[in-house]
Ligand binder design. Structure first.
Ligand SMILES: Cc1ncc(COP(=O)(O)O)c(C=O)c1O
Length: 369
């Protein structure tokens, strides 16, 4: 089986992990945490970085830090992971979804302004699968209506928008370090910001909101979302190789594109937009209408032939758990709805070899014949 994701851990990961074990520093109090936060802030060009247990919790903290009122609205893409909408709902705010651009699979920025109401407080800009969403119009709308921006750069390590790092655009921006990401810590996440005040709130939320005056007394409910020193050790080693990893992903995406480009039944990721070159976090494909079966069937056929795949996200406005809360009413997002049913991604991990890409491409061609 060619796995859908296999990380590369052959740099300083082992060395730094052994340092943790030899020194006995394994908890979040260990010295690698501060170093990882500092290195990461520099890599993204931000003043503050707060390491947390995963990207989903990073979103929870980021949304909570905005101090929204019940009933406030946050605009976000329909086509994303549940963590985005869940963070909004947990803050007792209302997620308002925007459909996708059919070419980039990112939020269609031309649809955002019509969603702005008196209650809108923030836009959650999520970069999907390797291309950033178009930030300029989002920043302009935020300026026009006085909205905050949460930038979900979970998948976007090393990517830039018009030359500026992804993760440098939000009032708060977040990353994930799950093993399929370009920088992994096993599980992990990071919140970055330039605001000392927001950074302080996130640090407090990360650590159960202990008050400085008296530990174990709390004026607010936080989470334990601390990252361990072991995870930070991995993260530092991974971050050292980020530009090499981005190049590697681009080469993999380029090879897939070259091998699959002439197949009429599939839409491939755009190699570039006017504002970014794809980093192919994952190599997604969408079956065109001419293909007489959907992504589920294609993934079954690929699985039977030894190729691991993952389905695309499922739209937020079609999530049973959110609809059960009375959210989204008659909202339709036809583009997200289509790509959710006809899209999936191919093996895309950093450890994937060229010959495996050739094998996968050959099998894709075969099942679409
Ligand atoms: C866009 C996006 N946001 C948030 C997350 C959540 O990150 P984590 O899996 O670390 O909780 C992911 C996870 O892959 C993601 O793709």
């Amino acid at each position: 089986m060619i796995p859908v994701n296999e990380p590369l851990l052959d740099g300083n990961e082992r060395k730094y992990l052994l340092e943790c074990i030899d020194s006995g520093w394994i908890s979040s109090e260990g010295p690698f945490i501060r170093r990882f936060e500092e290195n990461f802030a520099v890599a993204v060009g931000r003043r503050f970085a707060i390491a947390v247990a995963n990207g989903s919790l990073a979103l929870d903290a980021a949304v909570a830090a905005l101090r929204l009122e019940p009933g406030d609205e946050v605009i976000l893409p329909s086509f994303t992971i549940i963590s985005c909408a869940a963070a909004v709902v947990r803050a007792r705010a209302i997620p308002v979804v925007v459909d996708s651009d059919p070419k980039t699979w990112n939020m269609d920025v031309s649809l955002i302004e019509r969603c702005v109401t008196r209650r809108t407080k923030a836009i959650m800009a999520v970069h999907i699968y390797g291309l950033p969403c178009d930030m300029d119009p989002i920043l302009a709308l935020a300026g026009k209506y006085g909205l905050k921006i949460i930038e979900d750069a979970a998948e976007m390590h090393g990517q830039t928008y018009r030359g500026k790092p992804c993760g440098s655009f939000g009032d708060l921006s977040i990353f994930s370090f799950y093993p399929n990401k370009l920088v992994t810590t096993g599980e992990g996440g990071m919140i970055v910001t330039d605001s000392a005040e927001l950074a302080e709130i996130c640090r407090s939320l990360r650590n159960l909101c202990f008050i400085p005056a008296r530990r174990f007394v709390h004026e607010e409910l936080g989470w334990n979302m601390r990252m361990s020193n072991l995870q930070a050790a991995l993260g530092i080693a991974q971050l050292e190789r980020l530009s090499e990893f981005v190049e590697r992903k681009r080469a993999m995406g380029g090879l897939y594109t070259q091998l699959l480009d002439d197949i009429p039944g599939i839409q491939l990721p755009l190699p570039e937009t006017p504002y970014a070159k794809n980093i192919y976090w994952v190599f997604g494909i969408v079956l065109r209408d001419s293909v007489p079966f959907d992504a589920k069937e294609a993934m079954e056929r690929l699985g039977a032939a030894g190729v691991g795949t993952r389905p695309f996200f499922w739209p937020m406005n079609e999530q049973p758990v959110l609809r059960g809360m009375g959210l989204f009413g008659n909202v339709q997002c036809p583009i997200s709805s289509n790509i959710a049913r006809r899209g999936f991604y191919l093996p895309s991990g950093l450890a994937l070899s060229e010959s495996q890409i050739h094998t996968v491409a050959g099998i894709v061609r075969e099942i679409l014949r």
